[in-house]
Design a protein. Structure first.
Length: 94
């Protein structure tokens, strides 16, 4: 019997992906953060590994809404930089 693979929905493109292929975001100390371990406390929001999906999620305010916070333009820019580094690091290790 095969083990069931957990699926997660990207808040940018709204497509479903296996849990290991998406990046999880959580609110930590009142600020959004990338959950690299997948085990931080709090509600998780997922994005696929695409900057277009990140930009779409920010444009439609899906990421902030799902996390229950409001993002300033500076916070959004910082988060985008961290996200870009995260997805580029993942491509190197694969």
């Amino acid at each position: 019997m095969q083990k069931k693979i957990p699926m997660r929905r990207c808040v940018g493109c709204m497509a479903s992906f296996p849990k290991g292929e998406v990046v999880r975001f959580v609110v930590s100390d009142g600020k959004p953060a990338i959950d690299r371990t997948g085990k931080l406390n709090g509600r998780g929001v997922y994005l696929c590994r695409s900057l277009q999906c990140f930009d779409l999620a920010m444009k439609k305010k899906r990421l902030a809404h799902a996390l229950g916070i409001s993002l300033t333009p500076d916070e959004a820019a910082t988060l985008r930089e961290e996200y870009a580094k995260e997805i580029s690091n993942a491509e190197v290790t694969e």
